[in-house]
Design a protein around this ligand. Structure first.
Ligand code: FMN
Length: 323
């Protein structure tokens, strides 16, 4: 099975990429994913208004490392001038290859303010944002959206056309409505329809967790790439598994889980300091899913607020009977 590389702007990358996940695809997790050779990754969603108002944590989130390339920085916002300014700040860092605009986030706080998936209900505003960002930066601009607000408003084809006409160089479709949140099954046939409608690259997204599913999604949709979100949770090597399988039909050996979790925790400590112990809990829990006695392990992880104790817990659990 050979799939053509995904070409966006000057990039030409393997056509299976990592989707953006707030609270998950931070710099430490991306470092771990990249160890397995992954090319294109997305940052977490960066709130444009916080970036422009110089919130320290948001600036840190948006400033990627030189070794963290190629990278797409994703912006969220509702005001075109703020979005344009935020995009300029990103461009000035010299550490991003693409800027993506979030028009799919279903979280109430975001949509109530008119952002994320709510922009699918206000396509004129969405167009204005894309045009303003495209005019403000040289970096290529992409948009990520859903099927529409709900089953009665499946607007993705018209919306995709509008984004393309406004200057987006590629789009990602999470093939669910906002009303579905993350439930139900992603409608890959919609990605196929969007691909036939647009002339810019289309990235299909939703419910891809295995190499077989990635191959099937690419074949069935004709999309230029597939993006993986939740499949990465606790499995940062999954993109490498998919690329090895698609290139050679063979699956690589799974990594040493104990060493990997310890390394991930160390990367988080370097990045977040003492807060790592709290932020790491969810990741450590995901790594343990499906392993023997993991429910008890997760309970203990959630009660631990000490870095050395967390390290010992990881060593005991992943290096012991689960090693
Ligand atoms: C914890 C979590 C955080 C997410 N954060 C973002 C985000 O910041 N920006 C975005 O565009 N999508 C976000 N998503 C959606 C994913 O990028 C993806 O579209 C969705 O999970 C469907 O793909 P999957 O089935 O491979 O997970 C998030 C999803 C999850 C589970």
């Amino acid at each position: 099975m050979t799939f053509a590389p995904l070409k966006i702007g000057n990039l030409s990358v393997f056509p299976v990429v990592g989707a953006p996940m707030a609270g998950v695809t931070d710099a430490p997790f991306r470092r771990i994913i990249r160890r397995f050779g992954q090319e294109l990754l997305w940052t977490e969603m960066v709130l444009a208004a916080s970036l422009v108002h110089a919130h320290k944590q948001t600036r840190k989130m948006a400033l990627c490392e030189k070794t963290d390339e190629p990278i797409v920085v994703q912006l969220e916002g509702t005001a075109s001038d703020i979005m344009a300014e935020a995009a300029q700040i990103i461009e000035e860092t010299g550490r991003a290859q693409l800027i993506d605009i979030n028009m799919g986030c279903p979280v109430p706080k975001i949509v109530k303010a008119g952002g994320g998936a709510a922009l699918m209900n206000d396509p004129e505003r969405a167009e204005k944002i894309v045009k303003a960002v495209v005019a403000a930066v040289k970096l290529p601009v992409t948009v990520k959206f859903r099927l529409g607000w709900d089953e009665e408003h499946l607007t993705y084809l018209d919306f995709g056309r509008r984004m393309q006409d406004a200057g987006a160089v590629a789009v990602t479709l999470h093939a669910r409505t906002r009303a579905q949140l993350y439930s139900g099954k992603a409608e890959w046939s919609a990605a196929a329809r969007l691909k036939r409608t647009l002339h810019i690259p289309v990235i299909a997204n939703g419910d891809i967790r295995t190499p077989e599913q990635a191959a099937r999604c690419l074949n069935e949709t004709g999309a230029d790439a597939a993006a993986i979100g939740r499949g990465l949770l606790g499995r940062p090597w999954v993109l490498a598994e998919i690329s090895a399988f698609l290139n050679s039909g063979k699956m690589p050996e799974p990594p040493d889980l104990c060493a990997l979790v310890l390394d991930h925790f160390e990367e988080m400590e370097k990045y977040y300091g003492y807060k790592a112990v709290f932020i790491a809990r969810k990741h450590i829990a995901w790594y343990s899913l499906g392993l023997a006695n993991s429910a008890d392990f997760r309970r203990r992880v959630n009660e631990t607020d000490d870095v050395a104790a967390m390290r010992a817990l990881i060593r005991d659990f992943f290096g012991g009977e689960n090693g």
